[in-house]
Design a protein around this ligand. Structure first.
Ligand code: SF4
Length: 287
């Protein structure tokens, strides 16, 4: 059984990009405005699995997953009728657009299967054209090596230099291919996740991240999606966003990071950011 939990917050536009023109805070993927969804979706799935076990009377226990086990969730969700796979390789729901988490319950309870849906992209190719790094070279093919979401969250090492200027202010994930999808006209806002929101993360100035030691980082991000990315990788992203802001006010913090940050990954990206600001200064001299 596959379930979808919509997460579009009332402050988030269903379509269009979220940006940070001031270069102050950077931009998080929409889902990262909340605490770690593995926790709160998992709590609900656990209740569902227990309910199904009670209902069935079978001795075997149902198992639940939310992006945590060896479960091909997108493929199962498609087969379960949740939605269809778009050209951006993500699942689209005709009721929720692009903004939802998936969860699965593996059970021996016999259920009537729903039917899967055909692709409904038609001639649209907005997601392919919108990707800032060209990570969708053709429909249904994602090049993870160029995907900002993969690079800012999963990738452990240095980010390729030719990709860095294309990342803009994105410091954790990227929603662009989802945000431009016309199926978002059916997106529904979720008010029930309000209590899981963490405004501290998305409003935190870039400068306050860069000076943070490992203990502070873990305390600030515990229970959020940022925690598992770890300090070094996240501050690498922050340094790139500072560089892309082209604002000279960041030079002192970046120089501190080059000289004193304990992580070579952060040093290297801070050094790149200094060079990038120096070579491409913001035309507004007040910055
Ligand atoms: S933006 Fe267009 S092509 Fe891309 S997934 Fe949505 S409908 Fe399909």
């Amino acid at each position: 059984m596959v379930v979808a939990q919509n997460y579009l917050h009332p402050d988030q536009p269903a379509g269009g990009l979220i940006t940070d023109p001031s270069g102050e805070t950077g931009v998080l993927a929409r889902y990262a405005w909340y605490r770690d969804y593995h926790d709160f979706v998992g709590e609900r799935l656990k209740l569902l699995a227990e309910f199904m076990d009670e209902l069935s009377g079978l001795e075997s226990r149902s198992l639940w997953y939310v992006d945590t086990g060896p479960v091909l969730e997108r493929s199962y969700a498609h087969r379960a009728g949740i939605g269809f796979v778009g050209k951006h390789t993500n699942l689209i729901s005709r009721e929720l657009g692009n903004w939802f988490f998936l969860g699965e319950v593996l059970t021996q309870v016999r259920l009537e299967p729903d039917s899967s849906q055909p692709n409904r992209c038609g001639t649209c190719r907005r997601c392919l054209d919108a990707c800032p790094t060209g990570a969708l070279p053709e429909p249904f093919r994602l090049d993870a090596r160029r995907c900002i979401s993969y690079l800012t969250i999963e990738h452990k090492g240095s980010i390729p230099e030719e990709i860095r200027p294309l990342m803009g202010q994105r410091i954790f994930g990227c929603d662009d291919c989802l945000a431009v999808c016309p199926w978002n006209r059916f997106a529904k806002q979720s008010r029930e996740l309000e209590s899981f929101l963490n405004p501290e993360l998305r409003n935190r100035p870039l400068e306050r991240w860069l000076g943070m030691n490992d203990k502070e980082f873990r305390e600030t991000t515990r229970g959020t999606p940022l925690f598992r990315t770890r300090r070094g990788r996240f501050l690498r992203n922050v340094a790139i966003a500072m560089g892309n802001s082209r604002q000279r006010r960041y030079l002192a913090s970046l120089e501190q990071a080059v000289m004193h940050d304990p992580d070579a990954l952060v040093q290297e990206h801070a050094s790149w950011a200094i060079q990038h600001i120096t070579d491409n200064p913001d035309p507004d001299p007040s910055q």
